[in-house]
Design a protein around this ligand. Structure first.
Ligand code: RB5
Length: 147
């Protein structure tokens, strides 16, 4: 399992915590930045994570900004991405089981590091259930195809 992780300036510290947590679990991690707390633009980092996922250079992506919102919107503009903002573990689990989310987002100004680790763990432990959920995900992807 390989995870690509990206963040804006607001989430440098939380990204370090999450990367270390993933590595402790034996998961390969690629960090795409930013590594600076200087103000930067979240779409750049969301796009980088998303493009690595669609190129299959990573199995899944994690993208963190202040709220998780901006970076998720940016990631979702890349074809094939289903990014979701999850501020608690239940939604994180469901986003894999029902929505087959391939990028997890959250906000460094919203969740603390321990909660963020729980969100990540729940997300990674869950698997897509397929069936009726596949039908719905296919409908989402059709909307994307039609533009
Ligand atoms: C940066 O100040 C902030 O706008 C960004 O981290 C994020 O919360 C955007 O959605």
């Amino acid at each position: 399992m390989k995870i690509v992780i990206g963040n804006d300036h607001s989430a440098v510290e939380l990204r370090e915590v999450i990367s270390a947590h993933l590595r402790e679990k034996g998961i390969e991690v690629e960090e795409v930045g930013t590594f600076s707390t200087e103000s930067s633009n979240y779409p750049e980092w969301g796009e980088k994570v998303a493009r690595k996922v669609v190129a299959k250079e990573a199995d899944l992506g994690i993208a963190i900004c202040g709220t998780g919102v901006g970076i998720s919107i940016a990631a979702n503009k890349v074809k094939g991405i289903r990014a979701c903002v999850c501020s608690e573990p239940y939604s994180a689990r469901m986003s894999r089981q029902h929505n087959n989310a391939n990028v997890l987002c959250f906000g460094a100004r919203v969740v603390g590091s321990e909660l963020a680790k729980m969100i990540v763990d729940e997300w990674l432990a869950a698997e897509f259930l397929g069936g009726r959920h596949q039908t719905r995900v296919d409908m989402i992807m059709k909307i994307e195809e039609e533009g």
